[in-house]
Design a protein around this ligand. Structure first.
Ligand code: RFL
Ligand code: PHB
Length: 388
């Protein structure tokens, strides 16, 4: 079937769905195509931390009702190393900002539920992009040919959009880390009222939460490791050791009902525009999760893209489309820097020289003893200023 739409969006991650909402608000017609089912996208476990402005954006779009009721609002994080804890007080350090812990799949559920059903097609197969250097790019699927004014490639790191750009036109930067995260969901009460990021000789550990009944925890592991090597006992044992402290604190265990391993990379594709194709979110950039930035950077991209498309349809002006990549890349590189910093600061990396390891320890000591250093970390963690 042949169809026509102003903006064809590929992918129902946070980038694609938020863009659909922003365009709908601006009166621009959009259609979102997703290869997976609604059930699959609504149950995939990923991010947890939303920056303050991301939450404000969701609320301004009328998407914050359940979030306001169910999310956890955190006034800081704890850094744990050398058997000690160091609390960073975000409102004090940032002039009142805090972060919100609300699972990505809950955001996805809220975004999907609030879009008209005919704006999203799930289970779409064989998506391919054509005519990107013309005024009428098309998206072909197994069943349809969709004629668009613009295509938004919001299809994540492995999606077809970035791959549709000629290889010799792509400007990319990448570093791959020699470790990954084993993430679990456990049925247990919270062990702490905020997140704990731990650096330990045995490797990094992170204590996060999902609800009063479900906790999210991560441990650094070999990215090529097999989940079969990780019994529940072994996971709890590692968590106890890596989160050890001389304080009166203990980790509460509970049945583990979900486990997965993710590899970690930093990646930026600076070619975020190719003709009438615009890349946004993980399709254009990846950060390791230690800085909790990926979803927030995806949201920032589509705010910039929606503004540029709104101007095009209102005034026929392409200036904001022309500056789209440059505008986004400024924030993206700051997010990349912060995510790389938090990752190298907190993980054990056997490929590093002992000298570098001591530098990380000195860095941690500096952070917990200097108000200025804490402010720099907090300002990035809660999210750099973003107008929407
Ligand atoms: P997504 O979420 O990957 O969505 C892409 C969508 O495109 C679909 N797709 C296709 N659709 C049609 N045809 C095709 N051929 C397609 N190929 C792919 C996919 O099915 C999918 O639905 O990208 P988006 O929208 O750019 O969003 C990015 C975020 O998902 C990601 O950056 C975050 O999850 C990163 N992240 C975190 N970000 C934060 O801001 N705060 C956090 O606390 C945080 N924690 C995390 C994280 C990511 C993690 N993992 C699993 C990598 C914790 C973890 C463990
Ligand atoms: C999470 O709760 O999933 C989470 C929290 C903080 C991070 C990454 C992930 O840095």
């Amino acid at each position: 079937m042949k169809r026509k739409v102003q903006v064809g969006i590929i992918g129902t991650g946070p980038a694609g769905l938020l863009l659909a909402h922003l365009l709908k608000r601006a009166g621009i017609e959009a259609l979102v195509l997703e290869s997976r089912s609604r059930e699959q996208i609504e149950s995939t476990i990923r991010a947890g931390v939303l920056e303050q402005w991301t939450v404000d954006l969701l609320i301004s779009l009328g998407l914050g009702e359940r979030l306001k009721r169910e999310a956890h609002f955190h006034d800081g994080i704890t850094l744990r190393f050398g058997r000690g804890s160091h609390h960073l007080d975000f409102p004090e350090l940032t002039g009142g900002k805090r972060v919100t812990v609300y699972a990505q799949h809950e955001v996805i559920k809220d975004l999907v539920a609030a879009l008209p059903a005919d704006m999203i097609q799930f289970g779409v197969k064989n998506v391919s992009l054509h005519g990107l250097d013309t005024d009428h790019p098309t998206i072909r699927t197994a069943e349809d040919e969709i004629d668009c004014d613009f295509i938004a490639g919001c299809d994540g790191f492995h999606g077809p959009s970035r791959q549709a750009i000629p290889a010799n036109a792509l400007k990319t930067y990448e570093t791959v880390y020699p470790f990954g995260w084993l993430g679990i969901l456990a049925e247990a009460p919270p062990s702490h009222h905020e997140l704990i990021y731990a650096r330990h000789e045995r490797g990094f550990a992170l204590l996060s939460t999902r609800s009063p009944e479900v906790q999210r925890l991560y441990i650094q592991c070999d990215p090529a490791d097999d989940l079969a090597n990780w019994s529940d006992d072994r996971i709890w044992n590692e968590l106890h050791q890596r989160l050890e402290t001389d304080e009166d604190w203990s980790l509460t265990e509970g049945p583990i009902f979900q486990k997965n391993i993710v590899a970690m990379r930093s990646f930026v594709c600076e070619t975020m525009r190719w003709g009438r194709l615009f890349l946004a979110g993980d399709a254009a950039h990846i950060v390791p999760p230690t800085g909790a930035k990926g979803l927030n950077l995806a949201a920032a991209d589509v705010v910039v893209l929606a503004r540029a498309l709104t101007r095009f349809y209102a005034d026929g002006k392409e200036d904001l489309l022309d500056t789209y990549a440059a505008t986004c890349l400024e924030r993206i590189w700051r997010g990349e820097r912060f995510s790389w910093y938090m990752t190298t600061l907190l993980h054990r990396n056997d490929a590093e020289e002992d000298f570098v390891r001591r530098i990380h320890m000195a860095d941690l000591d500096y952070v917990v003893s200097s108000h200025a250093a804490q402010q720099a970390l907090a300002e990035n963690y809660v999210g750099l200023p973003m107008a929407f």
